[in-house]
Design a binder for this molecule. Sequence first.
Ligand SMILES: NC(=O)c1ccc[n+]([C@@H]2O[C@H](COP(=O)([O-])OP(=O)(O)OC[C@H]3O[C@@H](n4cnc5c(N)ncnc54)[C@H](O)[C@@H]3O)[C@@H](O)[C@H]2O)c1
Length: 440
Amino acid sequence: MNVTVVGTGYVGLVSGACLADMGNHVYCLDVDAAKVKALNAGQLPIYEPGLEPIVKRNCAAGRLRFSTDIAAGVAHGTLQLIAVGTPPGEDGSADLQHVLDAAGAIGRHMDEYRVVVNKSTVPVGTADKVREEIQKELEKRGKQIPFSVVSNPEFLKEGAAVEDFMRPERVIIGSDDARATALLRELYAPFQRNHERVMLMGVRSAELTKYAANAMLATRISFMNELANLAEALGADIEEVRRGIGSDPRIGYQFLYPGAGFGGSCFPKDVKALQRTADEAGRPLRVLAAVEQVNEAQKHVLGNKIRERLGSLSGKTLALWGLAFKANTDDMREAPSRTLIGDLLAAGATVRAYDPAARAEARKIFENRKGVEIVDSAMAALEGADALAIVTEWQEFRSPDFAGIKARLKTPAIFDGRNLYDPAVLRGLGLEYYPIGRKV
Ligand SMILES: NC(=O)c1ccc[n+]([C@@H]2O[C@H](COP(=O)([O-])OP(=O)(O)OC[C@H]3O[C@@H](n4cnc5c(N)ncnc54)[C@H](O)[C@@H]3O)[C@@H](O)[C@H]2O)c1
């Protein structure tokens, strides 16, 4: 099929590449000319495991193209997948400007039937706004061209995005339009040869499902974070509690890990946006207000533990392992590492930070911040440092050279925002260990 993807970020690039890999001809549009130029030169703008070879082989085969030419993009695909960003506006609601810009461009350029597919995470009712925007542009041109608008929220996870797109747990299609539904079923057929994964539902239900999923996951994390802080106060060990409750199939083990707070481009903004939607509907979601509050506080827990142990941080240096908001990505949007670094700098410390994938991103973010140095290895971060803080659960941090860590730190203390180690083992090695909610 001929497919156009509008917006070539994490979702657009992965979707476009994977759809091309199934034999579709995919035209990826973006307004960011530098990004398009880099992609056409074979450089990926993001780190995502397994993505590069798929992009390269499909470009070489002529099935995947990148461009800023909107008219050509709209002419290419019967299916127009919108995958642009929906950042939070000032009041926390999703800013639909990019989505409506994309819709307007489709309306300005389409000359035959088009299915406009919302993959961006958008509030309930957005499909209606997209339809109005396209209709408005068609009316300006005096044209009557049929089109459909459907919702197809994306559930891929950064760090496992290719795997998630290729083997989705579910493909949600919100549509009340038989012609569009048939085309989307055809598009997704190759991704579900094993069993049917398409769930067809109303457009509004599909839009709400995406927010409900992220809000539920964020709720589990904040619940565990709050419980971890309580466990610490009570002399219990949250790791034992986690195993104890996770064994109940009604609860399950996933997303029960306490830590330094959730970040990333999705959970924080989606929790906010869903609250705004609920407020506007006169049905405030009180649980989510607490989820957000707990998360904001949790991002400061590591910094507080460091100040409690080291006293004044003025003139001290902290080594920091992990900058990305989670492992296997270079995405630092809303990452807890940023809050921790802010806390440490405000307290007068300097930071030597390392991340396996997010160093380039971090150098851009902290370019003008005095007191932050991004280094190229985990051990280099420890040189001259008073203590070590860990914020991301990268595999290479899981079994480090503890003797080497101890030898380099002025105070042999590890502040672990991901609970990576066994407290007894670290005690045996003569290292002080400060995890989240654990008995040490
Ligand atoms: N990142 C994720 O893990 C993830 C997962 C599921 C859903 N989502 C949702 O998908 C959407 C996209 O997220 P992302 O992380 O890929 O965003 P992103 O910021 O990485 O990419 C968005 C891209 O859209 C481009 N763009 C903006 N306006 C445009 C326009 N009018 N025409 C063409 N291109 C335009 C930007 O230049 C950018 O390259 C968001 O709504 C997000 O909530 C993201």
